[in-house]
Design a protein. Structure first.
Length: 350
């Protein structure tokens, strides 16, 4: 089975061809750098850039895979969630391709796509497992029941982990997106140099809140500037990174134990972070959980994860007609398709 995967939910225009669920034939990612000077993604610029890039990125992906549109078995596209103007470019383009080729149009939820990056990196991994998806837009703990059945166990109440990394990085003067700059600076810093808050979230053990941490880091920098005090940004980066990583690992591993899972996974842009990977490795090892992480080049947004998830969706009969629309906000629970087999496996949750 050959599936084309199209991703345009934020600021990466990405297209890939994946064969037989997990074999990446090509993966082309065009990252928009125009947003750097604004310190964050400007939605209108993002949509216009997708519009300019999407055809050439698709042509490159097909050429690198050595296939034509006629060879495909389906066209998968991220339809939710994300920036609406960005999503609409990918969805409209995919519809056009589906119309001219007669191939099925396959809608993919972005978070399900990130979960699929794990299947591409671990050929033998099969659900069920507990997975954290931490990116610029999401910090969500998902019970992955099957390839198409999901249950959201925890989510952020305010900022995502990626946003927290990016806003702290901005306050330290790093370019956007700053997560990777914090990661680099942290390598030369002392993670115990600053004591930062770990917010409590009322009402749920597995929900996150990162806005308090973000504000305390910004205040700490502003206060020091007002007093003309120097802050060692390597130390602060290492402390922020450790704090975020510990919050993510603690809740994710605890949620896995609570639901009797022994396998934990992480995905999304933040799963590329060195400190996050190290703390998950350490904690999973000590507590007896098996850990799965995507290869670093599959952590961020890419078309391969959409094509992989699209393959599973097509197999499960999840396709769309010409009325498919983009959706800015949509819980993964709403696209979850539970088969009788899933219900038998985990009937406690239904
Ligand atoms: O998954 P992704 O590419 O896009 C979304 O779905 O949002 O994630 C992007 C986020 C950004 O916040 C970026 O700063 C963060 O992932 N990120 C990192 C690292 N690499 C990317 N954060 C911390 N450390 C990294 N090495
Ligand atoms: Zn993403």
């Amino acid at each position: 089975m050959l599936i084309l995967g199209i991703e345009s939910s934020c600021d990466d225009t990405a297209v890939s061809v994946v064969e037989d669920y997990r074999n990446i034939k090509s993966s082309v990612v065009s990252t928009q750098t125009e947003h750097e000077k604004y310190g964050g993604v400007v939605p209108e610029i993002a949509s216009r850039q997708h519009c300019e890039n999407i055809l050439s990125v698709t042509q490159k992906a097909l050429a690198q895979a050595g296939v034509t549109l006629n060879d495909l078995d389906g066209i998968a596209v991220t339809f939710a969630p994300g920036l609406i103007g960005s999503l609409l470019v990918g969805v409209s383009f995919a519809k056009g391709l589906s119309l001219v080729t007669g191939k099925p149009l396959i809608p993919v939820h972005h978070i399900a796509g990130h979960i699929s990056s794990l299947y591409l990196s671990h050929p033998d991994l099969e659900p069920p497992f507990m997975c954290l998806v931490a990116s610029g837009g999401h910090s969500t703990i998902v019970e992955v029941i099957s390839h198409t059945a999901f249950r959201v166990v925890g989510r952020t109440r305010d900022d995502s982990a990626g946003e927290c990394f990016d806003k702290c990085a901005r306050a330290m003067g790093f370019p956007y997106p700053g997560g990777a700059y914090i990661d680099k600076a942290a390598k030369d810093g002392d993670p115990s140099a600053f004591t930062l808050p770990k917010p409590k979230v009322a009402g749920s053990d597995f929900d996150f809140s990162f806005s308090g941490l973000k504000t305390s880091v910004i205040n700490l920098i502003h206060n020091a500037q007002q007093k003309n005090q120097e802050i060692n940004f390597n130390d602060l980066s290492a402390s922020v990174q450790k704090n975020i990583a510990e919050i993510l690992a603690e809740k994710t591993i605890r949620s896995a134990g609570y639901s009797a899972y022994t396998r934990v996974a992480i995905a999304g842009g933040v799963s590329a972070n060195t400190g996050v990977r190290e703390i998950f490795e350490r904690e999973c090892f000590h507590r007896g959980f098996e850990l799965f992480m995507p290869e670093k080049n599959l952590c961020g947004d890419n078309g391969a994860m959409i094509a992989c998830q699209g393959s599973y969706n097509l197999t499960a009969g999840i396709t769309a007609d010409e009325s498919l629309n983009a959706v800015a906000t949509l819980s993964l629970n709403e696209v979850s398709k539970r088969t009788d087999n899933d219900i038998k496996k985990k009937n406690i949750f239904f």
